[in-house]
Each structure stands twice: as structure tokens, then as C-alpha cells.
Design a protein around this ligand. Structure first.
Ligand code: NAD
Length: 227
């Protein structure tokens, strides 16, 4: 199982979450990524995600996303990502589970099960679901339930090797997935800050950027397994 976070897309030009002073692209989380923010200032929240969507559309997968496609051709892999971008899919990975939603989709603000593709980058006031309610970004905001945590936990429980790439492991319940990895399975962390990331048990730490560390790791894994 491959567990990715914002760091894998950093070298594609998408900023990670915790920039300077804990802001996300200059915004406080509580102003743009909570249900309260949506109730308080819908225009600001829509524009924040419209801008994120424009950036994602302009970005391209990098060497790390591509190396994971190579890995999937040799091993039985699943990618569980906290990212809302679609760079894994655009690189060619087929089995991708998004824990925190997908920026290129919208959902009904009353019924989260109604999900739609967004044509282009803009989600605007007055765009409604079939039931007549305003469309919002299809992302999991802080404080909201994480519907995909169950399927992701089931994958972690049967992972022979759990590879963590580009995440600070600060966002829960996502970070708790590590606790479900079988005791005899390997865990590897690839992140420039790998040595400083807290983990519940001993792990192999590769302190490199994703575009350098992931292709090297995939090559090593394939040659050690003779594939
Ligand atoms: P985070 O910002 O908390 O942590 C990012 C991690 O990436 C850090 O550990 C950092 O050391 C590492 N990193 C920085 N540059 C890297 C590189 N070149 N290669 C590899 N790693 C690198 O991000 P998180 O833990 O993923 O949590 C952020 C939350 O914000 C997620 O829930 C996600 O939904 C959202 N988010 C998504 C995107 C995206 O979709 N691309 C971008 C920003 C935030």
C-alpha cells in the first residue's frame, strides 16, 4: 500500500499544506476548509478551491507519480492518497483511493452522495445539484466525517509493505492508518523530513524528495524481488 500526501505533488508545483506560519496558500484553514467557513463566506471558499483547481489543471505528474505506475506493473499495489489532485490518475495509476475527496469533482451541499465531474475549473454560486441545492467542492473539510477511512483501513490491514510518501502524518484519522499495518509488515517513509516525522513503530526512513527517493526505492524493490 502506498500512502501519499501533499509532498508527492510539491515538485509538480502544488504547494504542501503547512506552508510558512501554518497557512495553506496564505489562508488560515478555518477560513477556507471547514463547514463553518462555508456557512460564513461561501464566495471565499469557492474562490479558494477554484484557484486550487486551476493550479491542479496546470500541473503535471512528476517522476514520483510515474514511478508508482511502474511499481504497480510489478506488484499488487493500491494507492491511498490524502491529496485532492488527480496526478496519480493522470500518471496512469488505476487503483487510487482518495481519502479527502477530489478537487475536480463537486458535491451537493445537502447530500454528499451526489457527486459530479466539474467541467473546467469554476464552481460558482447558483450551480445546483439535481435536488436543487448549491454545489460545493467534493473535498472533506476539517471536522467532517471521512467516508473512505473504512476501505483504507481494510487495505492497511492487509498490506505486506506500507510506503508513506510526502505526508507530515499530522492529519487524523488519515495518519492512524499506520496503526493497522500488520506487525510483521515493513513500513518505509520517503520525505525530506523523514527523520523528524513521528511514527508509532520502527520504520525505514528515506530522507529525500519524492522525485528522487521514489524512483530509487521502486528500482531497489523491483531488483531485490527479481522483477
Ligand atoms: P503536509 O503539508 O502536512 O505535509 C507535507 C509533507 O510533504 C511534509 O512532511 C514535507 O516534509 C513533505 N515534502 C515537502 N516537499 C516534498 C517533496 N519534494 N517530496 C516529498 N515530500 C515533500 O501535507 P499532508 O500530510 O498531505 O496533509 C495535508 C492535507 O492537505 C491533506 O489532507 C490534503 O488533503 C490537503 N492538501 C492536498 C494537496 C494536493 O492535493 N496536492 C496540497 C495541499 C494540501
Amino acid at each position: 500500500m502506498i500512502f501519499t500526501g501533499a509532498g508527492i505533488s510539491a515538485e509538480s508545483g502544488l504547494q504542501t499544506f503547512r506552508g510558512a506560519e501554518g497557512l495553506w496558500e496564505g489562508h488560515r484553514i478555518e477560513d477556507v476548509a471547514t463547514a463553518e467557513a462555508w456557512s460564513r463566506n461561501r464566495a471565499l471558499v469557492q474562490e479558494f478551491y477554484n484557484q486550487r483547481r486551476r493550479s491542479v489543471l496546470a500541473a503535471e505528474p512528476n517522476a514520483a507519480h510515474r514511478a508508482l505506475v511502474e511499481l504497480d506493473s510489478r506488484f499488487d499495489t493500491w494507492i491511498v492518497t490524502q491529496n485532492i489532485d488527480d496526478l496519480h490518475e493522470r500518471a496512469g495509476s488505476a487503483r487510487v483511493l482518495h481519502l479527502h475527496g477530489e478537487i475536480r469533482k463537486s458535491q451537493s451541499s445537502l447530500d454528499p452522495a451526489r457527486v459530479y465531474d466539474i467541467d473546467g475549473s469554476e464552481l460558482r454560486e447558483g450551480m445546483l445539484c439535481e435536488g436543487g441545492s448549491q454545489l460545493r467542492p467534493h473535498v472533506v473539510w476539517f471536522g467532517e466525517p471521512v467516508p473512505m477511512i473504512g476501505p483504507a483501513t481494510a487495505l492497511a490491514e492487509r498490506a505486506a509493505h506500507f510506503v508513506v510518501i510526502g505526508t507530515s502524518l499530522q492529519v487524523y484519522p488519515a495518519a492512524s492508518l499506520l496503526e493497522y499495518v500488520p506487525a510483521n509488515s515493513a513500513i518505509t517513509l520517503i520525505d525530506p523530513s523523514a527523520d523528524r516525522i513521528a511514527c508509532p513503530r520502527p520504520v525505514r526512513r528515506i530522507a529525500k524528495t519524492a522525485s528522487a527517493g521514489v524512483p530509487e526505492f521502486v528500482k531497489e524493490l523491483c531488483s531485490s524481488a527479481g522483477r
